[in-house]
Design a protein around this ligand. Structure first.
Ligand code: ATR
Length: 284
């Protein structure tokens, strides 16, 4: 067998974003591929943010024989627009983080972020969302992407709090068919209590926290930060200070959303636990 034949049997995947150097996706998917014996290669592609650059990059990738892509900030909405067909949860989210190409060369899209979050909470950590009072902080793209799977896990109540309240209201209306979901300003949370508080704001990136009143977290309540870092994020520290029974960052979600993308592409489910540990060590 020639080298060329050997290479042509390797399927190519990539993550597209800007910036992209920090992405852990190449590490995660390379370990998944080794673990499951899949002949694939996965790289990170930096793409410019000028109009049309993203679509051109996806086209080039497909033309060169690429099989599938992960999409990260700031291109998830552009990926949604580009997909010829979208899975239902991606449809309403207005954001796509996974693309692949079918036999007719059509571009298909899904959003695996919410599945990743719910799996990390419930399967990896034994949390229960059903019947619980859920508070979600933020109403940007990250929250849009996870709302449907979270609501489908049947919380008793889901409040979306955001600095710009009308954005939370828009999301509450959009997802009303999926459960008891309402919008709130941060100030209006005073005196309320929640079993689960999920941070979907980007405040941690500036080392900040949304203005949260004390007493917001119920006894034995859980906190989950969709962000992750090498040290405890400000929101994880807040949760611990408020007596959370469990305060988690989003590293598990990152690996679980990747595992669902991998499953969509390859039809094989990787074992995520050792990969979460490996990425954690890599961060440290
Ligand atoms: P992403 O794709 O990460 O969700 P985004 O769509 O820009 O990014 O949304 C960022 C979210 O974090 C928004 O909900 C934003 O609140 P506003 O809609 O009021 O802007 C929220 N956010 C960012 N910095 C924040 C801060 N310092 N305090 C509270 N909320 C913050």
């Amino acid at each position: 067998m020639t080298n060329h034949q050997q290479t042509s049997q390797i399927d190519h995947y990539a993550v597209i974003g800007n910036p992209i150097a920090h992405s852990k996706s190449p590490l995660i998917h390379t370990v998944f591929a080794q673990q499951t014996g899949q002949a694939m290669q996965y790289e990170a592609l930096l793409v410019g943010t000028q109009a049309g650059e993203f679509a051109a990059a996806v086209q080039r990738f497909q033309a060169s024989g690429g099989k599938g892509l992960n999409i990260t900030v700031p291109f998830k909405q552009a990926a949604w627009a580009l997909a010829a067909q979208r899975c239902q949860r991606a449809e309403r989210a207005g954001a796509v983080n996974t693309l692949w190409f079918d036999d007719q060369r059509r571009c298909l899209g899904d959003n695996t972020d919410g599945v990743g979050l719910v799996r990390d909470l419930t399967q990896n950590h034994g949390g229960r969302i059903e019947g619980q009072r859920l508070l979600i902080l933020g109403a940007g793209g990250a929250v849009r992407g996870v709302l449907e799977p979270l609501l489908d896990a049947a919380p008793a109540q889901c409040v979306i709090a955001n600095r710009t309240v009308h954005k939370a209201e828009t999301l509450a209306e959009l997802f009303a068919a999926h459960g008891n979901v309402t919008a709130s300003a941060y100030e209006a949370l005073q005196g309320q209590s929640f079993d689960f508080i999920i941070n979907g704001t980007s405040a941690s990136l500036q080392g900040e926290l949304p203005p949260l009143p004390d007493g917001l977290l119920a006894e034995d309540g859980w906190c989950y930060d969709m962000m992750y870092a090498s040290t405890k994020t400000p929101f994880v520290r807040w949760g611990l200070a408020q007596g959370a029974a469990c305060a988690l960052d989003g590293l598990g979600m990152l690996v679980e959303q990747a595992a669902q993308s991998f499953y969509l592409w390859r039809g094989v489910k990787p074992d995520t636990a050792p990969v979460i540990q490996q990425v954690r060590e890599h961060l440290g």
